[in-house]
Design a protein around this ligand. Structure first.
Ligand code: PLP
Ligand code: COI
Length: 365
């Protein structure tokens, strides 16, 4: 097809690509992260050759030596971003330059070879162009893009790998949360923390998610969808959820979100919502918020809404918070007007229905 002509990487078509009718059926109800497109990007790094051998080929398994470093010491980072279908039939990414920057800083924190931001952007755009028929058209659906990189040197010594494999896969997605409920329930983890000062909390590395799973399992056992982590030093300040940032809305119309201090992920959705809220004339504070204050403010009515945000979660209202020492409902326990307004403002830009005043859309040629 014509869009392949702009292909900066050698392309090998998948012999087992899904037929159009089957793809359309899969796109009707993709869920989250269960359906995958036909192709993937791969690129290798070695100290001798730098970044090389970039290509787009059939999606498939990696043969790995059992002594591959990532399998032992977990040197792995990833990104999460989405491609959206536009009203004119075109497609667009949302702030991919911010993902490219974060991927580089995650690599630096994990002592991995940073991928040049321009190569990240070219490779993401190239895969989305290749897989553009997989971008769902339904409202709320998109093509989730997962760039990742891991240590491939074969060695049991503990040191930064001298070799890496970078890969991008793509997955058409609908809503991240299965329940379809208007708001999610959170479990306050008292037993576990996610990240400590000086640790990897601000990096998007697989290890952070591995460390969050025992807390997430506790949340699930308590009937909650997500875990909310407190800071590792005082066990008092709300940091973020297992896979999302968090915002609070007060009865004076102002918003607050925990500051970026190195222990939470600097979310691109978080940053975008701060800008959009200020565009709407709302006051936004990046200040610490204590879990006991959250409970007191929810009970007094000073807090009117809280919501989670992220690429996967978009904007998801928080209805109820439970924990060993906490239990409270926010407002009526459902979706609130400020979250709804911000979500609509964000989705309208991402889907090309509103003017892109901040230059956030990256339209695919
Ligand atoms: N915090 C964590 C731990 C995450 O996994 C994510 C998801 O990527 C976010 C926050 C939100 O980041 P973003 O808005 O860039 O997707
Ligand atoms: C994302 O939002 O992109 C994430 O990585 C979060 C994860 C829960 C899917």
């Amino acid at each position: 097809m014509s869009y392949q002509s702009a292909q900066p990487f050698p392309f090998e078509k998948s012999p087992s690509a899904v037929a159009a009718a089957e793809r359309e059926a899969l796109l009707r109800n993709p869920g989250f992260g269960r359906v995958f497109t036909d192709h993937m990007v791969t690129m290798r790094y070695s100290q001798e050759h730098g970044w090389h051998d970039g290509k787009i080929g059939p999606r498939g398994a990696f043969p790995l030596d059992p002594a591959t470093l990532v399998l032992h010491y977990g040197q792995e980072i990833f990104e999460g971003m989405k491609a959206y279908r536009l009203p004119d039939g075109g497609a667009s990414l949302f702030r991919p330059d911010a993902n490219a920057r974060r991927f580089r800083s995650s690599a630096e924190r994990l002592a991995m070879a940073p991928l040049p931001e321009e190569l990240f952007l070219q490779s993401v755009r190239a895969l989305v162009r290749t897989e553009r028929d997989w971008i769902p058209a339904a409202e709320g659906a998109s093509l989730y893009i997962r760039p990742f990189m891991f240590a491939t040197e074969v060695l049991l010594g503990v040191k930064p790998s001298a070799e890496y494999l970078y890969c991008i896969i793509a997955s058409p997605v609908g809503s991240y949360f299965k329940s379809g409920a208007p708001a999610v329930t959170l479990w306050v983890s008292e037993t576990y923390t996610r990240a400590a000062p000086g640790g990897t909390g601000a990096a998007k590395c697989g290890g952070n998610y591995a460390a969050s799973l025992a807390a997430q399992a506790e949340a699930t056992a308590e009937g909650c969808e997500q875990v909310v982590f407190l800071d590792a030093v005082e066990r008092r300040w709300v940091e973020e959820l297992g896979g999302m940032n968090v915002f609070f809305v007060f009865d004076d119309g102002s918003l607050q979100t925990p500051p970026l201090g190195g222990t939470i992920l600097p979310g691109i959705t978080r940053d975008s919502l701060i800008v959009l809220a200020r565009d709407l004339g709302l006051t936004v504070r990046e200040e610490p918020y204590a879990i006991d204050q959250w409970q007191a403010d929810a009970r007094s009515g000073r807090l009117t809404e809280a919501f989670a945000c992220g690429t996967a979660a978009v904007v998801t209202p928080i209805g109820t918070v439970k924990g060993r020492r906490h239990g409270f409902t926010i407002g009526e326990g459902g979706a609130g007007p400020v979250a709804a307004r911000l979500k609509a403002a964000l989705l309208d830009i991402q889907n090309g229905r509103a003017p892109d005043r901040h230059g956030w859309l990256d339209r695919l040629a």
